[in-house]
Design a protein around this ligand. Sequence first.
Ligand SMILES: Cc1cc2nc3c(=O)[nH]c(=O)nc-3n(C[C@H](O)[C@H](O)[C@H](O)COP(=O)(O)OP(=O)(O)OC[C@H]3O[C@@H](n4cnc5c(N)ncnc54)[C@H](O)[C@@H]3O)c2cc1C
Length: 447
Amino acid sequence: MSGVNGASSSDHHGTGFAQVAPPNSTGVKVIIVGAGFAGLGCAVESKRKGHDVLILEKFKELKALGDIISFGNNAGRIFERWGLHDKFWAVSSHVKTLMIHNAKGELLVEQPNPDPLFGAYAYNAHRGELHTMLFEYAQSLGVEIRLGQDVSEYWETETEAGVISNGERVAGDVVVGADGVRSTARTLVLGYEDKPKSSGYAVYRAWFDCAEQGVDKDPLTSFICQGKDLFYGWIGPDVHFLAHSSRDGKKLANVITHKDDADIAESWSFPGKMEDCLKIVEGWDPRCAALLSKAPSLVDWKLVYRDPMPTWISPGARLALIGDAAHPFLPTSQQGASQALEDGVALAVVLQLAGKKNVPTAVRAWEKMRYQRVRRAQLLGESVRDMWHKAKPEDKGQAVALPRPEWLLGHDAEKHAYEVYDSVAKEILEKGYERPTLPVAVPPVGA
Ligand SMILES: Cc1cc2nc3c(=O)[nH]c(=O)nc-3n(C[C@H](O)[C@H](O)[C@H](O)COP(=O)(O)OP(=O)(O)OC[C@H]3O[C@@H](n4cnc5c(N)ncnc54)[C@H](O)[C@@H]3O)c2cc1C
């Protein structure tokens, strides 16, 4: 099987530009800070577009970290185009139905989970596994990835941009700050010192092997590991708990979001206490405590919030922030990683279209074409959380179903960038650049 659209191609999008250009054919040198999904995605697409790419990454060695991560169909179509479908699909969960219950365990909605949807697959899998595959794919394309690099300064001139990494000056045409939710690029490039704020919520998360933890032996939990992947959700006032099995029901991911005003920095490894976690579901459907208590350990991840930044790019438009560095997401959006990927892909396309002499126009056009879309996707995540946490007893069916809007999941970031670049760039050149504005209204869930 090779995805819905066949193997990756070198089709044009009717623009006269090759989707896969000869190596180093544009002469654009892209320096990327961070080898998360944003940085790797930007690197892969940049390589495909004929740019010269260098990634500078802080970690010293690649480790398969994290637990469950979601890539929507909008990201899936990009991975498939890169020829990664078979590998990604093999480790992804294949859920047919989303089963959402109230705290008493009454089924509120049994929502079909069509996959593919809007012509592409979604991938829900272990973050570390997908990350390792993407990392190795980038290397196989010849992307240079330097590990153990700590980028401490960013600079730009009229003709160049660069960083200081481990004390060494590295120069290129454009620098992409893809250094994640605790980005130093935010401060160094844009001057924002905004500390993350508590969103008022936190998540206990865990990923483990069902057989090792006896999930299959307990009559309250064995339903989730019966040889197929299942997605069960429970919602109550200010809480939602998602239990998601994968690998034919052999692995289980538990994610429970609850009220928490503690003020700590974001972390993926802050240990959580099981007794605190279980208190949240006291009096709930007993399957909840049974599933949660099977986890050998918990990560206590405080969900922080940041006000949207008025811009993601530097004054000279040769430094751009992408992914979590520019716009952190709530997990209920299920779009943080997908939007990070879209950012990098769109940026690579506009740099190809603009060429080496017009990098600042490309970067400004990129911000303009991405900004409102990303904000809408962020707001949708907030709407879903509120829909679940404030559900009324009579809410059932569509009133609590996970929205899957076509504007979000049917989007093709590469195609879109090819389609709109000329008109966006023309407007910038004719009228000057104005920072993008935020969308005025929160889209209703399901819009
Ligand atoms: C270890 C880890 C585990 C995660 N686990 C999950 C999970 O289980 N589920 C989930 O939904 N999301 C998880 N995330 C977050 C998720 O990957 C991101 O929200 C999303 O993929 C967007 O990615 P990003 O590339 O923008 O940021 P990130 O994935 O955070 O990547 C940023 C990269 O930049 C590097 N970096 C930071 N500072 C510097 C510097 N000064 N110089 C050079 N490099 C630097 C970091 O080491 C990191 O590799 C995790 C992130 C990390 C880093």
